[in-house]
Design a binder for this molecule. Structure first.
Ligand code: TYD
Ligand code: MG
Length: 458
């Protein structure tokens, strides 16, 4: 077999390759991101590496009515929040990437998941390249899972890891983290784009041919990308992000890509002394610290995947001290805030142009769906007029450019959640009034324009 030594320059941000050094990446536009990486390529005309057959037999085209659906049988852990985000459990043979800031709790989560999967009878191999097996054991003791018998393996060389996998034949593999893994065929440093890509490709092949489920931990860079290159996300079946504020105790697991389920599902956890605990009713948690009778506060019944959650939108509108008005939005899309403020000015007549506005979703959740518009508008107007909103009111609705309130999805689920948490009134789009049954104990108010809602509540 002929061996060819080659070097390429690879953009460390987006993975673009070039035969010569470039100052600026033509693909992602960043400067000074190219690094020379060596590749030792085996040139072999019959090379079939990278071609993975999903079925054991030779594949062929067939009429859709003859295609058999294989029951993959998801494996459920006792962590319901985790199952939900995956789309109902762990799919055999799937490759899942879990990204998040360092220290957010990825290793803790996967250690608990390992114990759970071990509990339901699978062989689990936890490969750690970040901490020593001893450190992992100490952590496992804190989590009170140290007497389970899943395997811990402190190694970063993928060829040795593959050998071990062949010996142990695990059903589940955890790779913590992909940035520390090293593929001996590649002559570049661990964590570089080609290493990460090559290692992931190998793991993908392992997962599909041996029907093992593999979880890969990936650190997020300052820009918010997993492992720098975006292409890692395209290679795996499922991408989960583990997020939260460092200084607060709860964490949100979010699916951003899922071949086996819906995206936008979230799982909520709380970081305790002895590990992560599930939060089964996040609405209560998010509304816990809400003040009664405050101005600039409005609650929305928002959907996160299939689940409704109630969250508080807070605004503070104050006169601008000098120059241009300042607007900030945390947990919200800035453009959405600008749009709502423009509608409030033009259609409701609030003179906001000389006011600074600070908006925040309490509790550090991120919301990005149109149905939050109405709560946003009410919260801004309430702060502007310094008039408190009723703490038992809840708002749902998209706002159009003429100030009309537009229909939203899943209205029944949203209203039920508000009723369950003791809200007395919910303002919803008039067009959403028909075709479903309202729960007891909550008054439902159908609205046509923003003006009319503001007049009624403030
Ligand atoms: P870790 O799982 O190591 O994060 P990652 O793998 O994402 O880098 O989480 C580390 C943090 O979690 C650390 O700051 C300590 C905290 N922690 C707890 O509060 N309770 C616990 O039981 C454990 C294991 C960790
Ligand atoms: Mg870790």
């Amino acid at each position: 077999m002929a061996k060819k030594q080659a070097t390429v320059f690879v953009c460390q941000e987006c993975g673009t390759e070039s035969p010569k050094y470039l100052g600026k990446c033509p693909s992602c536009g960043r400067w000074n991101t190219f690094i020379e990486e060596k590749i030792i390529e085996e040139v072999d005309p019959q090379d079939t590496r990278g071609r993975v057959s999903l079925a054991n037999e030779v594949s062929k085209a067939q009429p859709i009515k003859d295609v058999k659906i294989e029951q993959t049988g998801r494996v459920k852990t006792r962590l319901d929040e985790f199952n939900r985000v995956l789309g109902g459990g762990v799919v055999p043979g799937s490759l899942v990437l879990i990204g998040g800031d360092p220290g957010i709790g990825k290793s803790t989560l996967l250690l608990q998941v390992s114990a759970e999967l071990n509990q339901v009878g699978g062989v689990v191999l936890y490969v750690t390249g970040e901490e020593s097996p001893g450190q992992i054991k100490m952590r496992a003791q804190r989590l009170t899972i140290s007497d389970t018998d899943f395997y811990i393996y402190g190694e970063t060389d993928l060829s040795l890891i593959v050998d071990t996998i062949e010996k142990i034949k695990p059903d589940y593999i955890i790779i913590d983290s992909i940035q520390t893994m090293f593929h001996p065929n590649k002559d570049s440093v661990a964590g570089s784009v080609s290493q990460v890509r090559e290692s992931t490709a190998l793991l993908m092949q392992l997962a599909k041919t041996n029907n093992v489920s593999i979880f890969i931990v990936g650190h997020v860079t300052k820009e918010g990308n997993i492992a720098g290159p975006r292409m890692l996300e395209h290679m795996v079946d499922t991408v989960l992000y583990f997020e939260g504020e460092r200084h607060q105790s709860y964490r949100i697991l979010r699916a951003v890509k899922n071949r086996y389920g819906s995206t936008n599902e979230i799982g909520v956890f709380e970081m305790r002394e002895n590990g992560l605990r599930e939060v089964l009713n996040p609405s209560e948690l998010f509304l816990e610290e809400r003040l009664d009778g405050a101005s600039g506060s409005a609650v929305v019944s928002a959907m996160e995947g299939t689940r409704p959650i109630l969250v508080e939108v807070q605004s503070l509108v104050t006169p601008t001290a000098f120059g241009n008005a300042k607007r900030t939005a945390s947990g919200l899309d800035y453009n959405r805030v600008s749009l709502i403020m423009a509608v409030l000015e033009q259609r409701v007549g609030l003179l906001l142009q000389n006011y600074d506005a600070y908006l925040k979703i309490a509790g550090g959740v991120r919301l990005n769906e149109p149905a939050i518009d109405l709560a946003l508008a009410v919260s801004i107007a309430s702060s502007y007029r310094d008039t408190e909103t009723d703490a038992k009111d809840c708002f749902v609705g998209e706002i159009g450019l003429t100030g009309e309130i537009r229909r939203v999805s899943n209205i029944e689920t949203r209203v039920n959640e508000a009723a369950k948490l003791g809200f007395k009134r919910i303002f919803i789009p008039k067009n959403n009034m028909e075709g479903w049954r309202a729960p007891e104990g909550i008054e439902i108010i159908g609205c046509v324009t923003l003006q009319e809602v503001i007049n009624q509540v403030l």
